[in-house]
Design a protein around this ligand. Structure first.
Ligand code: ZN
Length: 411
């Protein structure tokens, strides 16, 4: 089935095939075609250009996009969208004055989510998770990374990854899976961290590799969670199974995790709310993508990733949601793009680049996703009529999307 979209006010993020990410001051450019058309055939972008050259084009279906903007769907490179239950009670506890630490000490936090998930069947976990997947697709997300890490036992971690595999099979959006066994220390290993690391390395990893359940390996590198030695162990073990690192680092403390991730050729380093000059130096000249998660900063009232500083240092930046029940119960990339402009002082061009092509890079899929390029996947957002694309981040909190096409399918 072919779809022709005509009279597009502006077609954004038009890129040559070999552009896999944009870096530094290139991020402030968003190549576009005004008064444009785009033609897709099944799951692929086959042609686009100016309406002046559109005569003679035919398709099974034509969409008139007069006044509307068309751009690639969002690429959300960091989520924990597969989870059970929610933590709205902890949210209220925090409003009433309890700290994150108080809540964790009472058995809340990640361990709370893990307990709920362990007691949820695979089918139930699937049906809870796909409600969120359907919702984010409607909000324009066409590719998503999904982490495990709310299981914390071999059975429950595998359950999460199997649910992720099922989502990958059943939905048109692109899914990449990440194994995050080292997300927190389970209660039964409270005084035996090495015991848990051994379980990850000797029990979980071989099974995950055998079933082909993950592409990436992640670890929460943070004081009170996992230190640099643990990161070294886990990433080295992952390498043995060809799992590329993407790590949680510098959310609350900066102590060398970024340089270590770069040394292990991490595809991305995520969070970076705390950043020091050594981290920026470590990232220069590397192939590692820094990823900011502004909805998490918003929800927890912690500092925003200094994205301006990263871009001004000549580095690339990606934006993602961190969708999870504890610190970001939202998968709305439109809000992320707005918040990056409002709070991190990114320009709309930088934020859109960060949420499309660079997000795709942070999932290892920017050869197929993240830009309007012939041969790439037909993943498109068609907005409502807008004065300009600046309106997208400007009028925050509203839904400006009219239609979403994912893998050639109108959602
Ligand atoms: Zn996360």
């Amino acid at each position: 089935m072919s779809i022709l979209i005509t009279n597009i006010k502006e077609l954004l993020q038009v890129r040559a095939e070999n552009v896999l990410k944009v870096t530094g001051n290139q991020m402030n450019t968003l190549p576009s075609i005004k008064n444009a058309y785009i033609l897709i055939n099944n799951d692929t972008i086959v042609d686009f250009g100016s309406m002046d050259d559109a005569s003679g084009l035919e398709a099974d279906q034509t969409i008139d996009a007069t006044g509307k903007i068309v751009l690639p769907t969002w690429c959300d490179s960091h989520t924990h969208i597969v989870y059970a239950g929610d933590r709205s009670q902890e949210f209220v506890d925090r409003i009433n004055g309890l700290s994150y630490e108080d809540i964790a000490n009472r058995g809340g936090g990640i361990l709370n989510s893990a307990k709920t998930l362990q007691n949820t069947t695979e089918d139930d976990l699937y049906s809870q998770s796909i409600k969120r997947v359907k919702a984010v697709m409607k909000l324009g997300t066409g590719a998503i990374e999904i982490k495990s890490g709310y299981g914390l036992t071999p059975e429950a971690e595998l359950k999460m990854l199997r649910v992720t595999k099922r989502i990958k099979k059943e939905f048109p959006l692109k899914v990449k899976a990440t194994f995050l066994g080292a997300h927190a220390l389970p209660l039964q290993f409270k005084d035996n961290k090495q015991g848990y690391l051994d379980q990850i390395i000797n029990t979980m990893l071989p099974q995950i590799a055998k079933e082909g359940l993950a592409h990436y390996i992640d670890i929460f590198c943070e004081k009170g969670y996992f230190d640099l030695e643990d990161v070294e162990q886990i990433l080295s073990a992952g390498k043995h199974y060809n799992l590329i690192p993407k790590i949680h680092v510098n959310q609350f403390n900066a102590f060398g995790g970024v340089a270590l991730a770069v040394k292990h050729k991490a595809l991305s380093v995520d969070h970076l709310e705390e950043l020091n000059p050594e981290d920026i130096e470590a990232l220069k000249g590397s192939n590692t993508m820094p990823v900011a998660l502004p909805s998490c900063s918003y929800f927890l009232s912690i500092p925003y990733t200094p994205g301006r500083q990263l871009i001004d240092a000549g580095l690339p930046l990606a934006l993602a949601t961190d969708y999870n029940p504890g610190s970001t119960p939202s998968g709305n990339m439109n809000f992320v793009v707005s918040t990056a402009c409002i709070k991190m002082k990114l320009t709309p061009e930088e934020a859109i680049n960060a949420a499309t092509i660079n997000g795709a890079y942070a999932m290892g899929i920017s050869n197929q996703y993240g830009s309007i390029t012939k041969g790439k996947k037909a993943n498109l957002i068609i907005t409502k009529p807008l004065s300009s694309y600046n309106y997208l981040p400007y009028a925050f909190g509203d839904n400006h999307i009219d239609q979403v096409i994912i893998n050639g399918e109108i959602i």
